[in-house]
Structures are given as C-alpha cells and as structure tokens.
Design a protein around this ligand. Structure first.
Ligand SMILES: Cc1cc2nc3c(=O)[nH]c(=O)nc-3n(C[C@H](O)[C@H](O)[C@H](O)COP(=O)(O)O)c2cc1C
Length: 356
C-alpha cells in the first residue's frame, strides 16, 4: 500500500498521493445549477486525497439529466464553483470538475428548459428516472443534427473555460456510464448516418473532438477523460466491436497528451491490459466495490498509476488518514446519496470526531 502515498505527476500537477475521489453526483445543487451551499465544506473535508474529481456537472441546459445537479456554464455557476475550488485549494487539495452531458439519460422535468432530451439517435434508454414527481419513464430523446453535435462540442469547450475561470485545476470529460459520449459509442444508441455514426472511427469521433477542443481551450495537461468500456445498462450495448472501438479511441486520445485517462472498470481484464499498453500517460483505475484489503494492489502491480474510490471516500472524509492508520471505514448510507442536506453529506465522522 505504501506506493499509494508517493507523489505522482498528473498533467501540470504533482499530486501528493495516488488516491482519487471518484466523481459522485449528490443532487444538492440549486435548481439553476449553482452548487449547493454545503458543497465547499463537503469537498474541502476530502482535500487530503491526491485528486478530487467532482460530481458530474452539465456543460449546458441540454446536458442536464438528473434533478438538481450543478452546471458550469453561467456566471452564477462559476461563482458557486469558485467557492468550492478555493476551499479545496486552501487545504492544499487538487480538484478537476467532471463535465457530464447526460444525453438521453434526461427527464424534461429535471432540466431548466424542460425540453426533450437529446441524443445521437431517437432511441429511448428504456429506464425510469427520479424526478420531483417521483420515478418516471425517460421519454424518447430527439436526435441531434450534425450541426447540433458540433455545437455540443463547443458547449463542452465553453464549460471547460468556465471551470478554469472558477479556478479548477482541470476537467474530466465524462465518457462513461451510458451518458452522451458513451451513447455515441454504442450501436444500440447510435444509428446515425453522418460522420458521427456507423464505423468505429465515426462513433469515436465525438469523444475525440470534445477532448481535442477542450485541450486546445485550456491545455491538454488540464484535460482528462473517463471511460467505462463494456457498460451494459440503460440500453447501452457496444456490440462485438466494442473492444476494438476502445483500442482505437484510446490510441487517438493518447496522441492528445491529456493529463490522465480514468477507467471505470467493467470487468474485461484483457482489454484493460491492452489499454494500459496503448495509453502512455497517467492511468486512474476505479474498480467498483473494491474490498479494502485490495486497495493499492493495482498501483503496486503497475496496472494503474492511481486508484479511484467512490463510496469509501463519500463516507470517510478522512479516507487517507484512516487508510494510513488502518482504522475502520464508515459505511456509506445509500439513502442520503442523492438530494437532502448535511446528513450523509458533510456529517460523516472522522477518526478524531468519532473518538471525541
Ligand atoms: C452516489 C453516486 C454518484 C455517482 N455519480 C457519478 C458521476 O456523477 N459521474 C461518474 O462518472 N460516476 C459516478 N458514480 C460512479 C462512481 O464514480 C464509481 O465509479 C462507483 O461508485 C464505483 O466505485 P466505488 O465502488 O469505489 O464507489 C457515482 C456513484 C455513486 C455511488
């Protein structure tokens, strides 16, 4: 485990340890997408971790999917994020804002403009979603025109600029978990006939264009991307060419010299090993539900440069101190993951407060 506590170069930064807070939506923002009042405290409590990746944050009105998630494209949102970033920096931490466009995983009741969701093609995910009126089926989205796809690339670019204006250290593009970028990868969600659909090159094009545009806007050394090869939920099926798509995509992204690639691992070990070889920059690996005794093993084996943890960091503001001390972890309370107040957000005890 000791290698976890060595420094590591990531983009233009030297991080103090190789542990990362995985991005986690908490649905506690204002309805206009301004981060909630407790967000600065929540993230600052966790600033000892090498890198914080924030909750998914929409780059535009269209990019919002869930209720009360934050955005990063208006002046009010930038001002809200500035408070969070300053609080994390005051404690010596590093923070990348995750740019998440939900695509078809969106309900009109949750967005500021209440419009139909947008996607590569007009195919519903076949899933329900939480709204202020309770669970509702997600309606069929509207297919983006070719010009609208290009506009969406520009929206990502603008959001990245806003993140830097808020003082963030960088942005992580959310290319995982069945949201817009992964919808382009999957033939089950993308039946386009233009240059963004069909061949592997075409289905990967949107992701590569977003990454290239952001890298040009804010510097490749502040630009990162998260992928989850093989996601099989919410109607996403990457088909028999899925692994080849990722080999091609990672090869293209590698040429951009991004700060890091973050893999949310879905279990294909052979593909993961290939990605490790194709990607010549820092690799962050998130293995869902990793048992505590295995923390550090991917860094130790050389498969990853950093390891990301979600729920364990959510529930343990002093995750690093507990790891170092061999102290037990608090369990995460699923009932307070999304929405609500300080409960299950900023009130998890540290070793110090638990013993007090
Ligand atoms: C409450 C919650 C919200 C999440 N929101 C996001 C998100 O906004 N973006 C994202 O890429 N992953 C999101 N995830 C996935 C996590 O980043 C992580 O991949 C997952 O929790 C598995 O890691 P873990 O077992 O260490 O928690 C979320 C997970 C949880 C538990």
């Amino acid at each position: 485990m000791s290698k976890l506590f060595t420094t590591v170069d990531v983009g233009r930064y030297v991080l103090p340890n190789r542990l990362v807070m995985a991005p986690m939506t908490r649905s506690r923002a204002e309805f206009d997408g301004t981060p909630g009042a407790l967000a600065a405290e929540y993230y600052a409590q966790r600033a000892e971790i090498g890198l914080i990746v924030t909750e998914g944050t929409q780059p535009s009105d269209d990019g919002q999917g869930y209720l009360t998630t934050p955005g990063i494209y208006t002046d009010a949102q930038i001002a809200g994020w500035r408070k969070i970033v300053s609080a994390v920096h005051d404690k010596g931490g590093h923070i990348f804002i995750q740019l998440m466009h939900a695509g078809r995983m969106s309900h009109p009741d949750n967005t500021p403009h209440h419009r139909q969701g947008v996607a590569p093609s007009a195919i519903a995910p076949g899933a329900p979603m939480f709204t202020a009126k309770g669970m509702q089926d997600i309606p069929t989205p509207r297919a983006l025109t070719t010009e609208e796809v290009r506009q969406t690339v520009r929206d990502f670019r603008h959001a990245a600029r806003c993140a830097i204006e808020a003082g963030a250290d960088g942005v992580e593009i959310h290319g995982a978990n069945a949201y817009l970028i992964q919808q382009f990868f999957a033939p089950s969600a993308n039946i386009r006939l233009d240059e963004y659909g069909g061949s592997i090159e075409n289905r990967a094009r949107f992701a590569v264009e977003v990454a290239a545009a952001i890298a040009e806007e804010i510097g490749a050394d502040r630009t990162a991307i998260r992928l989850s090869p093989g996601t099989a939920m919410w109607g996403i099926d990457e088909g028999p060419e899925g692994s080849d798509l990722y080999r091609y995509l990672v090869t293209q992204l590698d040429k951009l010299d991004l700060a890091y690639l973050h893999i949310m691992h879905q279990g294909n070990e052979a593909l993961l090993a290939d990605i490790r070889k194709l990607w010549e920059h820092p690799l962050i690996l998130n293995r869902p539900s990793r048992p505590r005794e295995e923390i550090g093993s991917d860094v130790a084996s050389g498969l990853a440069d950093l390891e990301a943890y979600g729920q364990a960091v959510l529930a343990n503001p002093d995750f690093i101190a507990r790891l170092k001390a061999g102290a037990p972890f608090n369990a995460a309370d699923r009932g307070t993951f999304f929405g609500g107040n300080a409960q299950g957000y900023t009130d998890y005890p540290t070793i110090a407060t638990a013993g007090a």
